[in-house]
Design a protein around this ligand. Structure first.
Ligand SMILES: [Zn+2]
Length: 76
């Protein structure tokens, strides 16, 4: 019986470089889920970058910056 191992999972990440500010914030969705990521982005923008309007154009821009990465996921 296998009691440990590793999977390769796809995650989505976004860094706060869409603001043009010197900000090191980033977020990751291990569920590979755009909506989860965008809700984290919205929270961050509301807290730190109130000058950025979350209109549909900006949201589309931010979504285009989402990166898909492969990650090793150890379990067991
Ligand atoms: Zn930021």
């Amino acid at each position: 019986m296998i009691s440990w191992g590793c999977d390769i999972i796809m995650t989505k990440t976004i860094s706060c470089n869409f603001t043009g500010k010197d900000c090191s914030w980033s977020a990751e969705s291990t569920r590979n889920d755009d909506e989860e990521l965008m809700s984290m982005v919205k929270e961050h923008v509301l807290a730190e970058h109130k000058e950025i309007e979350l209109n549909s154009e900006n949201i589309a821009n931010i979504k285009s910056l989402i990166k898909v990465t492969k990650r090793f996921w150890w379990w067991g």
